[in-house]
Design a binder for this molecule. Structure first.
Ligand SMILES: Cc1cc2nc3c(=O)[nH]c(=O)nc-3n(C[C@H](O)[C@H](O)[C@H](O)COP(=O)(O)OP(=O)(O)OC[C@H]3O[C@@H](n4cnc5c(N)ncnc54)[C@H](O)[C@@H]3O)c2cc1C
Length: 386
């Protein structure tokens, strides 16, 4: 099949960022086409935990604090708006988060973030001593020095979020095309089309939202897109007992989701694009979970998933106009928090396509910016490491 088609805007990648971009563009009346080579949210966007933690993570508070808070505010509205518009329930809910410190180092790192976290309106963030933490979640292993209790963080089903964005966009004229993007077509420096495995799509604007595969666009744009895949795995466990709040310790977390399973994560593995779950990771995650939550000894593993976070060397997304090319916007590198950032990334990408500018400060996120090398672990010291 070799088709020729037209669209105002072509979005490369049908993950949550591509679908959010399509949603906000379609609300502006722009006709767009998403090109996806697999299925909608068939990678990280469909298998992430779906935790929304506005007060922690790489780049927070500077420079991402304002965008993080705005994205969280958008999520709180989208939960209802998307259900009304599309009938898809994204299962958005507010949750209490308990970040437990077992070492002095962890406690000091958590406390150092408190002043900024407590200054943010609409949240309650408290340091609690070990006994108080145990009173909140008595199933935690003894030995905690203390921890931070945050009211509230968010939790949703990331696959349903992507689907709802897509359906909201489709109801306004967006279309979805299956195919592999192979390159961009330029007239001078202005983009004029997208070359796919199914033929050419003529267009005036392109949004690159290819997640962990965004580096492939470097050659098309003549500009380095230093996005690497950082694999993460999650276990879904069946266990008796009341639901678990969001609990995190060390590099791990556990939380009950509406499927009545306890989701336990995660790993951070630099293994290229190898996306399959592994027994070795299962063993490590179970060992960590049993140290913090011994009651999980009775749990049954129902499912294990793995997917790839799109991470950048400096831990920040890449969001802005591609340098030296007219009509190309890049929206990628959401890293450990791409679900959380998807509304604001989609909204900003749509602004840039539609009006060429955005009211949000994205100066630190520019495509082509210099980035420190080999720091894909940026943000590791933070308790919200999805
Ligand atoms: C274990 C784990 C847990 C996580 N938990 C959370 C969490 O709780 N909260 C949070 O905010 N974030 C979380 N994340 C991170 C989040 O999942 C990602 O940041 C986010 O899904 C990235 O979305 P994306 O749309 O940029 O990329 P993706 O979801 O990877 O989508 C990119 C799409 O582009 C397509 N594509 C690529 N190249 C081409 C091509 N040439 N042609 C056509 N299509 C192409 C791919 O097939 C893919 O579908 C987690 C990640 C992991 C691994």
């Amino acid at each position: 099949m070799n088709q020729k088609a037209n669209s105002d805007v072509v979005i490369l990648g049908g993950g949550v960022v591509g679908c959010a971009t399509a949603y906000y563009l379609s609300k502006l009346g722009v006709k767009c086409t998403i090109v996806e080579r697999d299925t909608v949210a068939g990678h990280a966007s469909g298998f992430a935990l779906g935790g929304l933690s506005p007060l922690g993570g790489a780049g927070i508070p500077d420079p991402l604090g304002p965008l993080s808070l705005e994205s969280f505010r958008m999520h709180t509205e989208l939960g209802v708006a998307l259900r009304e518009e599309t009938g898809v329930d994204t299962e958005f809910q507010l949750h209490t988060a308990v970040n437990v410190a077992y070492t002095e180092e962890e406690a000091a790192a958590m406390r150092s973030r408190l002043p900024w976290q407590r200054a943010q309106k609409g949240f309650r963030v408290d340091w609690k001593e070990g006994a108080d933490i145990l009173a909140i979640e008595p199933r935690l292993a003894p030995g905690a020095l203390g921890g931070i209790v945050t009211q509230y963080v968010g939790l949703l089903d990331p696959y349903k979020l992507a689907l709802a964005f897509l359906q909201g966009a489709e109801s306004r004229g967006c279309s979805m095309r299956h195919g592999v993007v192979q390159g961009l077509i330029f007239q001078g420096d202005r983009v004029a089309g997208v070359q796919t495995s199914g033929g050419t799509i003529r267009c005036e604007r392109v949004v690159v939202a290819m997640g962990a595969w965004s580096k492939d666009a470097s050659a098309w744009l003549g500009c380095e897109m230093p996005v690497e895949p950082l694999k993460g795995q999650i276990l879904r466990l069946r266990v008796k007992g009341p639901p678990l709040l969001y609990v995190s310790w060390g590099h791990s977390y556990a939380v009950s989701k509406p499927d009545d399973l306890v989701w336990v994560g995660t790993t951070e593995e630099l293994v290229g694009f190898y996306e399959a779950p592994t027994k070795e990771a299962q063993g490590r995650m179970i060992a960590s979970a049993l140290e913090a939550l011994p009651y999980l000894l009775d749990a049954e593993v129902v499912l294990q998933t793995a997917c790839l976070r799109p991470v950048t060397p400096d831990g920040l997304p890449i969001l802005g106009k591609a340098p030296g090319k007219e009509g190309v916007v890049v929206a990628t590198g959401g890293g450990r928090k791409g679900i959380h950032f998807s509304p604001i990334m989609g909204r900003i990408a749509a602004d840039l396509v539609f009006q060429g500018s955005t009211a949000y400060d994205i100066s630190a996120l520019a495509p082509g910016r210099p980035m420190a090398q080999a720091t894909v672990g940026a943000g590791l010291a933070d308790p919200f490491r999805f």
